[in-house]
Design a protein around this ligand. Structure first.
Ligand SMILES: *Cc1c(COP(=O)(O)O)cnc(C)c1O
Length: 378
């Protein structure tokens, strides 16, 4: 049996990516614009449905940065952000000189706790500052409690920047993640459910906002024969080469979601008789996850073994696994900013592990994973 590395989530090409890339070369559209960029945007708009407009950008982080600018966030403002996430959700707040206010998770979805969110908003307002935006995250593909979070945002009239970087194809009450916020964000980084080798997108319900996004992402050139600028511009547009990869990936997205969900079923089945291990699952039928990553939480008292022991055991079999995201309020770079909640996310971080979840894992590799897990839990 071959013992090559089993990755957590590696790129999985569908087959037609190189056709679109070759077309770009053949027609000399080797630039951050061209038919693949508009074609990829069109594919994403069709997939997301719900009358959205999509602007393809160089990364999900760029989409969050521009999203905050479009929502009017400026230096000195406060922006609410889910603490249990990847740092890219929060870094753009600092790019703008604004202050992040972190919110803990709730146990059902692992995402932003609506109760802690409302407490935070009330407290920030009582301290004299109303937050400018809310960044909830569909972590690992699991939708956050959209109705509850939206009701609070509406009540206090604060816009939502929906970080759907991990949740392309996930749905809440039948609607696609990435379409719920005032602005939505997608990512096509190398380890995401589809990849353009690096890329992202901003999702909006307004053609005007899309046009403004493209304007800001292409150095904010005013309409003049010479180069004229009256706003700060950015170089954030997606390349036509990368967009070609994206068009190929869109052809297999639905298939890859099903394969990720099958990987999740594989772990549910494996762990069903193992006491002390909980597989992260959808709380009810309103939630449909793309299961970008399959995750477990270990009760080390019950099990007599820790998350870290499991991680090392898998590593010894050349199988990659990774602790859940370390919450932002525990990160050295963010530790001085306000945090609201009961440290639910800290428990997840201490006891949780992401397991290999790729849509490209074959039967041989699944067998190796089963063997390594069986060894550890026997
Ligand atoms: C990947 C990711 C991002 C950033 O996307 P990039 O395309 O890597 O810049 C933002 N938020 C979350 C939750 C992510 O997982």
């Amino acid at each position: 049996m071959n013992n090559s590395k089993i990755w957590l989530s590696s790129p999985h090409m569908g087959g037609n990516e190189q056709k679109y890339v070759k077309e770009a070369f053949d027609t000399n559209w080797v630039a951050p614009l061209g038919p693949n960029v508009s074609g990829f945007e069109h594919d994403l708009e069709n997939f997301q449905n719900d009358d959205v407009f999509v602007a393809a950008l160089s990364s999900g982080t760029a989409a969050i940065h521009l999203g905050l600018i479009l929502l009017g966030v400026q230096a000195g403002d406060e922006v609410i952000c889910q603490s249990f996430t990847f740092s890219a959700s929060a870094n753009p707040i600092l790019y703008l000189g604004a202050t992040p206010v972190f919110i803990d998770s709730e146990i059902d979805t692992w995402n932003m706790c609506p109760i802690a969110l409302e407490q935070a908003i009330a407290d920030r307002i009582s301290k004299g500052k109303k937050p400018k935006a809310i960044i909830p995250v569909h972590l690992y593909g699991m939708p956050f409690k959209v109705d509850e979070i939206k009701a609070i945002a509406l009540k206090y009239e604060i816009p939502i920047l929906e970080d759907s970087a991990e949740a392309l194809g996930s749905t809440y009450k039948g609607k696609k993640c990435g379409t719920f916020g005032d602005i939505g964000v997608l990512s096509f980084n190398g380890n995401k459910i589809i990849t353009t080798s690096g890329g992202g997108a901003l999702v909006t319900h307004s053609k005007k906002v899309k046009d403004k996004t493209v304007f800001l992402a292409t150095q904010a050139r005013d309409n003049a024969p010479h180069y004229q600028h009256s706003e700060i511009g950015y170089n954030y547009r997606l390349s036509n080469i990368c967009a070609g990869i994206g068009r190929g990936q869109m052809e297999v997205l639905e298939k890859h979601i099903n394969l990720r969900r099958e990987m999740h079923d594989f772990y549910v089945d494996f762990f069903k008789d193992i006491e002390g291990v909980t597989v992260f699952q959808e709380p009810n039928a309103d939630f449909y996850s793309n299961f970008w990553l399959s995750c477990i939480v270990i009760d080390s008292d019950k099990l007599g073994k820790t998350r870290e022991e499991l991680r090392l055991a898998l590593e010894a079999s050349n199988i990659e696994s990774r602790p859940l995201w370390k919450p932002m309020h525990l990160q050295p770079i963010f530790s001085d900013y306000p945090f609201y909640g009961k440290k639910v996310s800290e428990q997840f971080f201490e006891n949780g592990l992401c397991l290999p979840s790729g849509s490209n894992l074959n039967e041989d590799e699944k067998g190796r994973i089963t063997n390594a897990l069986s060894q550890f839990f026997k």
